[in-house]
Design a protein. Structure first.
Length: 337
């Protein structure tokens, strides 16, 4: 099998070629379960929902490792099969995060040959709601250090921005558009609310950067000749700290123009770094906040987040090989802690 020869290019392509958009991770989970068992790991399925299950593998020599590598199995749609050229692997999940799965397994194998035993934890649902991480966080473990993999260009993240999802719902009164005075436009209210929010000064941090706002979707109305009685917008703020003040200011700024609902929050986190390793701030969210019971977290992995979730997602082969060395080096140091 591919895992036995540790051909991480071929393994990455095998993983990419198994469709695993969020909600459909069952097949890739079963593949990893079988392959890790062939490598003689103790493998556990942590069922999250139906056929969707996390995969947690440890060496028989150390069933309670202090260091665990982790990343996610799910991808965003659409499914894009793998291909490669001399320098890159292409396809959905190549960098986010199936190449990382391959690198972490290869690193765990190399470390095991040295007598350093780490665990690997592969999760479902990261791209939607971190369901797999929440399930894993309920499991008792002895992990002291969690090395989470996301595309950081093999730089160690000093922090990961959080996320705050906001739903605005404006209400109005329908009328014939020839007589607008008889109606009340929900869209006009929503547009004004969004205008005020865009003008709102957002916090910034000299080390982490700014809090940012994205207006992701807008919908509403009935027809061009009908005064709209309903309108909705979905917003996403990237957090650089606690959200309490921001929530309060959003609510006050919108006022009675629309109903404000905060539908999801992923907290901002500061992360452990290592001397002499290049760093960055991860402007994206990860499973780390939902894995609080898995020890001190780090965030590092091959690939660029700038090409993740795009039609031309790819992973540089050189970075993939470098990631194996990087994961091994970090784990060796942590194992001595």
């Amino acid at each position: 099998m591919l895992l036995h020869s540790m051909d991480i290019i071929a393994l990455t392509r095998q993983l990419v070629d198994i469709e695993s958009t969020t909600g459909d991770e069952g097949q890739v989970g079963h593949f990893l379960l079988q392959e890790l068992r062939r490598l003689r790991y103790n493998v556990e399925r942590m069922v999250a929902e139906g056929e969707r299950a996390n995969i947690y593998a440890t060496s028989p020599q150390q069933p309670n490792p202090a260091v665990v590598f982790s990343t996610h199995m799910d991808t965003v749609p659409p499914f894009i099969p793998s291909s490669e050229d001399e320098h890159r692997i292409y396809g959905r999940g190549s960098c986010d995060a199936k190449g990382i799965i391959a690198a972490q397994i290869a690193a765990a194998e190399r470390l095991r040959q040295e007598g350093v035993y780490v665990g690997v934890l592969f999760l479902v649902g990261e791209e939607r709601d971190s369901l797999g991480a929440k399930v894993a966080n309920q499991r008792t473990n002895s992990c002291k250090f969690l090395i989470n993999g996301e595309p950081t260009g093999n730089r160690v993240a000093i922090a990961s921005k959080g996320a705050l999802r906001v739903e605005l719902t404006a209400s109005g009164r329908m009328a014939h558009s020839a007589y607008p005075e008889l109606g009340e436009s929900a869209i006009d209210k929503l547009v004004e609310a969004l205008h005020r929010l865009r003008a709102m000064k957002l916090p910034s941090d000299p080390e982490v950067g700014p809090c940012t706002l994205n207006i992701g979707t807008i919908e509403g109305g009935r027809a061009p000749n009908v005064i709209p009685d309903k309108a909705q917008a979905l917003l996403l703020y990237r957090l650089i700290g606690p959200s309490e003040n921001l929530r309060r200011e959003i609510t006050q700024t919108v006022g009675n123009l629309a109903k404000v609902e905060f539908t999801l929050e992923i907290p901002f986190v500061r992360l452990r770094t290592f001397e002499n390793l290049p760093t960055l701030v991860a402007a994206f969210t990860t499973d780390i906040p939902a894995l609080s019971n898995w020890g001190q977290p780090m965030l590092v992995g091959p690939g660029s987040i700038h090409v993740a979730h795009t039609p031309n997602e790819y992973l540089e082969k050189q970075q993939l090989h470098e990631a194996v060395e990087l994961y091994c080096g970090i784990a060796r140091q942590l194992a001595k802690s």
